[in-house]
Ligand binder design. Sequence first.
Ligand code: S3P
Length: 176
Amino acid sequence: MHSSTPNSPPIFLLGFMGSGKSTLGQALAEELGYDFADTDTLIAERCAKSVAAIFEEEGEERFRRYEQEILHALFGRERLVVACGGGLPCFYDNMERMNACGITVYLQALPEQLVQRIEGHKSTHRPLLQGKTGPALRQYIEESLFRREQYYNQASIIIDTAVNPLAHLMEQLSQR
Ligand code: S3P
């Protein structure tokens, strides 16, 4: 971490859609007594429309710019847990900047676990998954995860989401 990093730097949770960033993030924030932020929510608030509407009306490229701007506004904040949109670490120098300004945590999950969680919680804020089910969803997840892991794997901490991720993450953070 950079020498100018604050004492309680922000914790950035990264991972594919359905890896549990928001759920774990809220639980972690509560455990640590930190604030919690979700980049998708901040973007939707800022633009006064849903993530799906931004994708549809302005396109993905514009959405990625919003993500970057929202992220930059969070740098320097202390005692904050941030659930990042699944694609955020894979654009611009976002991963590098998060590693310089905070603690990055990759919530790792197998494609079959992601399929199960995504199919169990149908969500309208995930335009990239619209219309994908069954084998097509599984194939999309496997291919994108393969491309994205090169970014996710740059995280300082990697947590397996299958068994008690909160306890494992607390343990890892306490060792820092
Ligand atoms: C995206 C993930 C979504 C949201 C947008 C794009 C992605 O966030 O930012 O639909 O590219 O993986 P979650 O990971 O919170 O679902």
